[in-house]
Design a protein around this ligand. Structure first.
Ligand SMILES: Nc1ncnc2c1ncn2[C@@H]1O[C@H](COP(=O)(O)OP(=O)(O)O)[C@@H](O)[C@H]1O
Ligand SMILES: [Mg+2]
Length: 288
């Protein structure tokens, strides 16, 4: 039995920098700048940040789909540039594209053959994945008629076909309605329970915050905050008071009492999630 305490992390990114050289005369663009992160085996790691912050570029480097300008990435201890590193990972790209004229089942059989699966094993596995992702009834329907949520779930089924130990999901809930997003979140929870490590990105943090053990927040190609969700959103010396139906007069009274006892009034207003606040504060442009 391998000793789990000495097994390598599922993903490491060490001082990753990616510079895109654009066309003649244009300036080079730094999409990811000196980024370091580790995803431990068995955890769900969420990479969040606004559009253009470098999340997809980071994922592509981890998958070996683009070469770093500087730094290195590994999957289960193997460099991403080694082909073997890829056998353990499933990938759901942003906006997965499938052939419209194939059915759900045919799509999975097609992708299974691409990773050298065949025969009864592939048939069984494809059916199993359709069932897991709630697409049994769509097995024989053309993918061209699938909703966005169904396409994302088909993408998840495809990513899981070859039983990877790690799955990388780029914006799995983007463009999916709330009920569809819920199904995808439930699937991610299920992956975790069956021991699959998950690296997931989103620019909509509320869609993934419940499923992540740790999150990293990216802005302008850099990691600006990282940690366990509970630690990140706990603020040591602050207390929240959540009231319903409080009148402005009552709030003013409470504030006066608090300030007369030496407490500092930081804010009041409508409730919103604390992670959302952290996200917005961490990624806003520096005031000059
Ligand atoms: N192949 C490329 N060539 C030039 N610029 C790119 C390329 N891929 C991404 N970029 C730029 O790098 C930045 C980060 O992109 P990306 O990693 O896709 O961000 P995110 O996934 O966080 O939205 C963006 O400004 C994007 O325009
Ligand atoms: Mg992206």
């Amino acid at each position: 039995m391998p000793d789990s305490t000495s097994s390598p992390p599922a993903v490491t990114v060490e001082n990753l920098t990616k510079v895109f050289k654009s066309g003649l005369g244009k300036q080079a663009f730094v999409a990811v700048r000196d980024l370091t992160l580790t995803v431990q085996t068995g955890e769900v790691y969420g990479l969040i940040g606004p559009n253009g912050s470098g999340k997809s570029t980071t994922m592509k480097a981890i998958l070996g789909l683009l070469s770093p300008t500087m730094g290195k990435t590994t999957i289960f201890g193997k460099s991403s540039i080694e082909v073997e590193s890829r056998s353990d990972v499933g990938f759901l790209p942003e906006n997965p594209y499938f052939y419209k004229h194939l059915s759900g089942l045919e799509t999975l059989l097609f992708y299974g053959r691409l990773c050298s699966m065949s025969g009864r094993d592939l048939q069984d596995k494809a059916r199993e994945m359709l069932a897991l992702t709630g697409l049994e009834d769509a097995a024989d329907r053309r993918v061209g008629g699938f909703s966005k949520g169904m396409l994302q779930r088909l993408g998840l089924a495809q990513a899981l076909l070859h039983e990877p130990r790690l799955i990388i999901l780029d914006e799995p809930t983007a463009g999916v309605d709330p009920a569809g997003s819920r199904k995808i979140r439930d699937l991610i929870m299920g992956f975790k329970e069956s021991g699959i490590t998950v690296l997931v990105t989103s620019h909509l943090l509320e869609q993934i915050q419940e499923v992540c053990d740790r999150v990293g927040i990216m802005a302008h190609g850099r990691m600006v905050r990282e940690g366990r969700l509970d630690d990140l959103i706990a603020v040591e010396n602050e207390t929240e008071l959540i009231l319903a139906d409080a009148s402005p007069e009552l709030l003013a009274e409470i504030r006066a009492i608090a300030e007369s006892k030496g407490a500092k009034w930081i804010r009041s207003g409508h409730s919103r999630t604390t992670l959302e606040r952290l996200f917005l504060e961490s990624t806003e442009e520096p005031k000059s």
